[in-house]
Every structure is written in C-alpha cells, then in structure tokens.
Design a protein around this ligand. Structure first.
Ligand SMILES: [Zn+2]
Length: 210
C-alpha cells in the first residue's frame, strides 16, 4: 500500500506536507517549513537524573512538524526522512561522541502492515550525516497495545519486557536512541532498559517531536 502511495505521489503535482503549499524543486518540505524546523537539545528528567541536556528534538508535535511526521508515517512520504533526519543530525552535539544510531523498533506485525519502520529510515539518514552506522540492535519481542491509546500510568506497564537489545551488534561508545515522536517517554525508557541490560550505559536520545 505504501509503495502504491509513493508511486501516486510521484505522478501528482506535489504539495508541501507541512503547510499544503505547492512544492517546486524542493524534496520533502518547502523552504518555509524547513526553516521552521530548528533542532534543540533538551533535558527530560526521567531519562537521566543529571540536569544536562541529552535529548535532541525539532520541537513540539504540532503544526508543520506534526503534519510532516504523519505524512512520513502514514502517507508513504519516505523522502521526508531526508530533510527531517538531516535537520535532527545538525542538532546533535559533537561532544556526545555517539558511536551509532539505534532506532526504536516496530513490532514485526506492525512493520509488515506498514511496510517500513519510520524510525529506521530516520536513523539511516542521521547515521549517514554523522558518519556512524544505524544499527537495529533493539528488537520488540512481543506486540504491545498502541501507546497513544493508553493512559500515562498504563504506558510503562504496557512495555515491560517488550524489548531486547543485542549487544553483539553494537560498536563501543555512547548510543543515540532514535524515535519519531516522544509522548510520555515510556517507549524510550523501555528501550533504554533493554540497552542497559545489554551493557550499554551511555545513552543519548533523538526524536523529531515531543
Ligand atoms: Zn511547507
């Protein structure tokens, strides 16, 4: 289905997924939407007790950012992973010294349904920009209810034991864990726990929006 949507998108005059304006030669987003995306580093206390920023994001899940993420995820607009990933990569401080990018996985049944994992597409772009590998080292070992449909208190419980990390796939050094959208942070924390269990203790985070 997403391949068909991708094909249809090539044939039709394209409009910007962020604002609806007609696109010229630009791939992905129009110039105005591009400049509205500014990477910033933030701090999210449950992830790390020390108050230094360790999360890169392009901002809130509203407006052009929200529409661009939805077009990437549900509209087959794979070209958006280029502009979103490149912008995100610009915000990653060199001082973090990340050795690889690990995408948050979809469960295989959902990935089969969708045909791709948007976080893997983004991780590949970010990795290319930073000159480090994108490594799908975290696997979802059981299907979970969709986080968006649960109350905050149920989100962490829903994810207990849902992920496993394979240490053998990872290079040495800090890991950049990447997801498209962060809501409560429960998914990133469950993936962090899986990476901790595999011996990875230096982690940074990147999300398109929160
Ligand atoms: Zn636009």
């Amino acid at each position: 289905m997403s391949a068909l949507l991708g094909f249809v998108r090539v044939l039709l005059p394209r409009s910007c997924p962020g604002c609806g304006r007609q696109l010229g030669a630009e791939a992905g987003l129009c110039g105005a939407c591009r400049t509205s995306l500014t990477p910033r580093t933030e701090w999210h206390s449950p992830m790390r007790p020390q108050p230094e920023p360790h999360l890169v994001t392009l901002g809130r899940y509203v407006g052009p950012t929200r529409r661009a993420v939805r077009a990437l995820k549900f509209g087959g607009a794979h070209d958006l992973s280029g502009v979103l990933g490149q912008t995100l990569a610009r915000g990653i401080p060199p001082g973090w010294g990340v050795s690889c990018v690990v995408p948050v996985p979809l469960h295989t049944s959902r990935q089969r349904e969708r045909g791709f994992n948007q976080s893997m597409l983004l991780a590949e772009v970010v990795g290319r920009e930073l000159g480090i590998p994108a490594v799908p080292a975290v696997r979802r070992i059981r299907a979970t209810a969709q986080q968006a449909k649960l109350h905050a208190a149920d989100r962490s419980a829903n994810l207990v034991g849902a992920f496993r990390a394979d240490a053998a796939l990872l290079p040495r050094g800090p890991v950049l864990l990447l997801d498209d959208v962060m809501t409560s942070g429960a998914t990133l924390l469950a993936c962090r726990d899986a990476l901790n269990a595999a011996g990875v203790h230096q982690l940074y985070y990147a999300v398109i929006a929160r």
